[in-house]
Design a protein around this ligand. Sequence first.
Ligand SMILES: [Zn+2]
Length: 232
Amino acid sequence: MVRLPTLTRSGLVHGFSTTETGSVGLTHAPDASPVLAARRRFAEELGVDPSAFTVAGAVHGCTVARVDEPVELIPGVDGLVSNRRDVALFATYADCLPVLAFDPEAGAIGLAHAGWRGTNGGVAGALVAAFQAHFGSRPEDLVVGLGPCICGRCYEVGPEFADLFPPAVLAPGGGDRLRLDLREANRRQLAEAGVRRDRMEALEICTLESPQFFSHRRSPDGSRFAAVVALS
Ligand SMILES: [Zn+2]
């Protein structure tokens, strides 16, 4: 398991599962039992009850749901927020960016799944807005962690992305292609929503380059790693 030092110091229960834990993605798994076993192993590593896991369905949108009790799966959302101690927010990834957030003042947590579609739709901003709407959070109080994702050197996209993202998060790729820095695109969005840059921490790990994490581009077999956040 990999963790973010700032979130650890904030007293938050959180972590990113690795390939060593095994795939935790159910959607494309031919057999659910090894996936459920991996989820139980990860719960044990985190020190949380596996029945607390509440999974974001993840559809590359920007809908954020408030969780008031542990639920196996919340379909159709890419973000979750909660202020309950019996809930562990859970989402799965393979190149998309995990965005974890904590409001120590309101005692609330949030988790988002940000691929290019969700980022383009503003899922990180929607996560901040959900903290404000549900818990009266002030964006400047939020502590935000960005997990492993495909990096700005590896993530080649088509020329049409010039119409979707600001030039600051795009670089030239091969031929007419571009490269997208998903992490920086989300950092900018969070900053625009009022999150302080000095309260954001990113794990500068590339899922495509690091064998520690599942990558859809390296092996498109449906394997996923998890990000989890819970109140201690
Ligand atoms: Zn990379």
